[in-house]
Design a protein around this ligand. Structure first.
Ligand SMILES: [Zn+2]
Length: 170
């Protein structure tokens, strides 16, 4: 199939995105007031950590002026614990998440949510070549099996719509 094929909108090409590409910003529920907060990377100078993922972060809420700093270099990716999905720095619940009968659908931000949506919508999925991702699993490769199942497509897309509708201005 050529790149100009009319079918290309149904194709999802797994580019080199990993979860580490969607960590800035992370939309979270403010631990102070329950409003919309975000976790952002602090601009840094020389001597910053090698990986942007472990660069200093701040959790900022405009509604209540909460501001917290993270600089431990220790990220915790929680999964499968049964609770809400949380950000790996402060452990605040993600703003973009909803429960389905199969499990949690969640995203760090709208770009991440869109990637999941495009992946689920696509009927033809291509894996990223190994050399593009190194040893890291791409984000779509690490999606739960229930999200990848064709028969769950409509349900997953409805869940994406719910998440988006719940945070129109985040
Ligand atoms: Zn707040």
């Amino acid at each position: 199939m050529s790149p100009s094929s009319p079918l290309r909108s149904h194709r999802f090409r797994d580019r080199r995105h990993t979860k580490y590409d969607f960590l800035d910003p992370i939309l979270v529920v403010c631990p102070g007031c329950g409003g919309d907060a975000r976790v952002v990377r602090v601009p840094h100078g020389p001597g910053h950590p090698l990986y942007p993922a472990v660069a200093p972060r701040r959790l900022i809420c405009r509604a209540c002026a909460l501001s917290r700093a993270w600089n431990s270099g220790c990220m915790v990716f929680r999964r499968g614990s049964g609770g809400p999905a949380r950000d790996p720095y402060f452990g605040a619940p993600l703003r973009l998440q909803t429960r389905t009968r199969h499990g949690l659908l969640w995203a760090y931000n709208f770009e991440h949510l869109e990637l999941v949506e495009r992946y689920v919508r696509a009927s033809l999925r291509e894996r990223a070549p190994r050399h593009e991702t190194g040893s890291r699993k791409t984000l779509v490769a690490s999606l739960p099996v229930w999200i990848k199942r064709g028969r769950n497509r409509d349900e997953v897309l409805r869940a994406v719509g719910r998440v988006r509708a719940a945070s129109p201005n985040a």
